[in-house]
Design a binder for this molecule. Structure first.
Ligand SMILES: Nc1ncnc2c1ncn2[C@@H]1O[C@H](COP(=O)(O)OP(=O)(O)OP(=O)(O)O)[C@@H](O)[C@H]1O
Ligand SMILES: [Mg+2]
Length: 288
């Protein structure tokens, strides 16, 4: 499913003295298959935008189409269509493990499923839950009957993600998926997201404050600033202007910074900002 936004505007507390313009003429296309990164300083509208994608935040002005669903039209009032959309666009909030509440992992993941498929049989539910657990790398035999509260932070987050992918969404949206995890936990979770991207969810969208993570993992990036998209393209395009990145109060990814330093020292250095490509180009220089 392709996502197309055209001139989306959104104001919180509209027509009150507390009104805040959170989105300002946001236009973008996210193609099926993208591993899309959304970055920007705090308060720039990132969460407001992604919450539009499954109608948690309603379209006030502009156009938003997610596959066949037109969220800007009156169709959004069609409850059945909305439910279907939400099963197709999975949303993982920041620190999703705080929303775990059942006494077993199985029940927590099943909760997400029953919400969308109340008519499913016990067997169908059990199959879906076990598959979702396997997809996030948790063996159902070992984890299904455990309490989510006795798991590690990374494992809890996997359970929370299983509770979203249990409906088999085509698009998975995650707000700061690795926030608060240690470096190993971060790497493992990003690896999991790539695995899901390969096997299960056609499109992945992440909001991130970590520029290394975005440069390493995303094929396309949009930069938000004060509700507007101010830059969009491959990580290489987006981070090509170090001065602008600084003006936007963002960091450069480490690979971008190293590439720039090498260029300033006379090396011709043009690469994709991933570690793999960086090392490849270094080896080429070494070989002369
Ligand atoms: N529920 C709300 N009520 C009123 N204003 C809000 C609400 N949620 C967000 N805002 C405001 O809208 C603007 C955009 O907020 P949003 O949460 O989308 O930013 P963000 O880019 O996700 O920030 P962060 O990186 O801190 O998560 C901010 O000015 C914020 O204060
Ligand atoms: Mg946010």
């Amino acid at each position: 499913m392709q996502i197309v936004a055209e001139k989306l505007n959104f104001v919180y507390n509209k027509k009150t003295k507390f009104s805040v313009k959170a989105l300002d003429e946001v236009s973008l296309t996210i193609e099926e298959g993208d591993f899309f990164g959304i970055i920007g300083h705090t308060g720039s509208g990132k969460s407001t935008f992604i919450q539009h994608l499954n109608a948690l935040v309603p379209v006030q002005e502009g156009i938003l189409k997610v596959g066949e669903y037109d969220l800007s039209s009156t169709a959004k009032k069609d409850k059945k269509a909305l439910k279907k959309l939400r099963s197709k666009v999975g949303m993982v909030f920041q620190y999703p493990e705080y929303q775990l509440f059942e006494d077993t992992v199985f029940k927590d993941v099943a909760f997400g499923y029953s919400n969308f498929f109340p008519e499913a049989t016990k067997e169908e539910k059990s199959k879906a839950v076990c598959e979702a657990l396997r997809l996030v790398g948790l063996d159902p035999e070992e984890y299904a009957e455990r309490s989510p509260f006795e798991l590690s932070g990374g494992q809890k987050r996997r359970v929370a993600i299983a509770g979203v992918i249990v409906t088999r969404p085509e698009i998975l949206v995650l707000d700061e998926p690795v926030a608060g995890l240690d470096p190993k936990g971060k790497r493992e979770l990003m690896k999991l997201l790539h695995l899901l991207h390969e096997k299960e969810c056609k499109t992945i969208i992440i909001v991130s404050h970590d520029m290394d993570e975005v440069a390493e993992n995303c094929n396309k990036v949009a930069v938000f600033s004060e509700g507007k998209i101010v830059r969009m393209g491959t990580p290489k395009d987006v981070f090509s202007d170090a001065e602008e990145i600084k003006r936007l109060r963002l960091d450069m990814p480490l690979t971008g910074y190293l590439g720039q330093t090498l260029r300033e020292n006379g090396f011709s250095f043009d690469f994709d900002l991933t570690e793999e490509d960086f090392i490849k180009k270094l080896q080429e220089i070494k070989r002369g």
